[in-house]
Design a protein around this ligand. Structure first.
Ligand SMILES: Nc1nc2c(ncn2[C@@H]2O[C@H](COP(=O)(O)OP(=O)(O)OP(=O)(O)O)[C@@H](O)[C@H]2O)c(=O)[nH]1
Ligand SMILES: [Mg+2]
Ligand SMILES: [Zn+2]
Length: 297
């Protein structure tokens, strides 16, 4: 009996069944029990080895080393996170945005902001905070504005759309893939049903290479459980702090109330956004209460 080995990427995972895209096409398979024993489950984005033979169901036998991993929803090997923020309904929330940015920065996933619903509201001030802090900000709405910029930002990469429920992630997927029909719903209907419209993550192949996943949204309260950045590392996840870190009077400065702090001086002189700095302080305080183990898979 001849066993054939294939290499590929998991694009869909539902109840222990996986779709793996290989050079020989999509293979539907299950996983070996050994992964359960080692407390690791294959997930969307994993580079895997699949074995097929004539008589039994194809099975995943190996998971390649992960570049990074997020747990909500389970996704591996992301290059880029498109953080979707709507200009209104729901209103932009700087703290939620900054928290997501820090989590992605800590995993070396490039955060890009996509601002939706500009056809009805403007949020220039919010966008400016992020542009001036060193992030790419794209406006994308139902008028078709920003479409080419979104495609250019994600082509050839593995990306996920993340953000609050109702910001328009699935609507954006519908603009990228007009032939597919992603479920979208008005906020009032989402609340009425008491759950989110999108419920799992699946990778879709982009026309110019790479993959993108829609993900279920979360409420502002839930973002506190989205991930964890240790307080010793937190300052390094604020990219605009980097040119000031090391220039404070005290080597162990954590940029809160210390005298001679180069970071707080930069905030006071308007070189660092106060809104971003306030998020840093809040996250620093909160990280004292959080336990890293709550965020392990
Ligand atoms: N005016 C306007 N409405 C939008 C835009 N994008 C999305 N919407 C509307 O916002 C509502 C929510 O959109 P969805 O795409 O379902 O939001 P989602 O982020 O996928 O939500 P979850 O799946 O619950 O996380 C729908 O009624 C959309 O029609 C936009 O750019 N402009
Ligand atoms: Mg959705
Ligand atoms: Zn300092």
């Amino acid at each position: 009996m001849s066993v054939i080995t294939h290499k590929g990427i998991i694009t869909k995972a539902v109840g222990g069944n996986y779709d793996v895209v290989t050079s020989d096409g999509v293979i539907c398979c299950t996983a070996r029990g050994i992964f359960r024993k080692n407390k690791i489950s294959p997930c969307v984005g994993d580079n895997v080895t699949v074995e097929t033979d004539e008589s039994s169901q194809p099975v995943i036998t190996d998971i390649g080393e992960r570049k990074n991993h997020i747990i909500r929803p389970p996704l591996s090997n992301l290059d880029c996170a498109l953080i979707v923020v709507s200009a209104a309904e729901p209103a932009p929330n700087a703290y939620v945005t900054d928290k997501l940015i820090s989590i992605f920065e800590s995993k070396e996933i490039e955060p890009i902001l996509v601002i939706t619903k500009n056809d009805i509201y403007s949020c220039e001030e919010f966008a400016d905070i992020y542009r001036s802090s060193g992030f790419k900000v794209i406006y994308s709405d139902e008028s078709g504005r920003g479409h080419d910029e979104v495609i250019a930002a994600v082509s050839g990469k593995l990306s996920a759309l993340v953000g609050n429920s109702g910001v328009g992630k699935s609507s954006l997927m519908n603009r990228i893939f007009p032939e597919l029909k992603f479920d979208t719903a008005q906020i009032s209907k989402k609340l009425g049903r008491g759950r989110h419209t999108t419920r799992s993550a699946e990778l879709y192949a982009l026309p110019c290479g790479g993959y993108i996943a829609d993900t279920p949204g979360f409420s502002t309260v839930e973002v506190s459980r989205y991930g964890y950045v240790d307080k010793s590392q937190l300052q390094y996840t604020f990219r605009e702090f980097s040119e000031y870190i090391g220039r404070c009077r005290y080597n162990d400065c954590v940029h809160l109330k210390e005298t001679g702090c180069a970071v707080t001086e930069a905030v006071n002189s308007g070189k660092i956004s106060r809104s971003r700095y306030n998020s840093y302080v809040r996250m620093y305080e909160e990280s004292k209460e959080l336990n890293e183990w709550d965020f392990k898979q």
